[in-house]
Design a protein around this ligand. Sequence first.
Ligand code: A2P
Length: 260
Amino acid sequence: MAKIPAVGLGTWKASPGEATEAVKVAIDAGYRHFDCAYLYHNENEIGAGIRQKIKEGVVRREDLFVVSKLWCTYHEPSLVKVACKKSLKALKLDYLDLYLMHWPMGFQPGEEDVPLDLCGVVIPSDTSFLKTWEIECHPYLTQKNLISFCKARDVSVTAYRPLGGSREGTDLLNNPTIRRIANHYNKSCAQILIRFQIQRDLIVIPKSTNPKRIQENIQVFDFELTENHMDEIMSLNKNLRLATFPTTESHKDYPFHIDF
Ligand code: A2P
């Protein structure tokens, strides 16, 4: 059975200027899982970091778990291979460990990542799909039901935006409960948010391009949250979804109209 390293480096918004260095720092810090995507427009730079560390002999390709994602404008069956090859070429790899569908909605193929009509609404493509499971998950969106659904079917789940996204996103990293728990374990708030997901048996992909924070975010295997602390963090849930992708709300396959 394939195994996914529990902590992976998130790379959305890692600018091309920062991505190579972030990957190198992360590999040195012990990361072996990299969460990439065509849409992030930085796979070239990530690939450069990976290649350099392989060249230096720090890791072998088979030690790494590299994820990429099929963008919505490539859902047509004839385009899937094209998109996958683009990512492989950029990452300078000959295989991926996991290729996800980025969002479960097909868009009109073309140059634009998100093709919009004159009203600013996404133009769909007429494709259908199977289900994939990388979901937004943090204490404000704990996803209890969806996760039990997946667990009952042996589907592994990866939590994205585990820290609540960029600092303008939420106050999760300053939440008083998280802060109190962090002080209790002498850990940072980010480490509590990451450890929380690990103890739920989720895979978790905190994004950082800052060397100190990249290292900090994988130092989460030397402590354990008590059941009470886990419950307390779970109770912060307010079903607050940060990644809502408003321009796609009228798409027939928009995934967030149904409550789950
Ligand atoms: P940076 O890349 O400058 O470290 P998420 O993974 O939930 O999307 O959150 C990513 C955001 O959290 C980024 O803005 C990232 O900024 C920031 N971040 C990552 N790790 C930490 C940390 N340990 N402490 C504080 N902020 C962090």
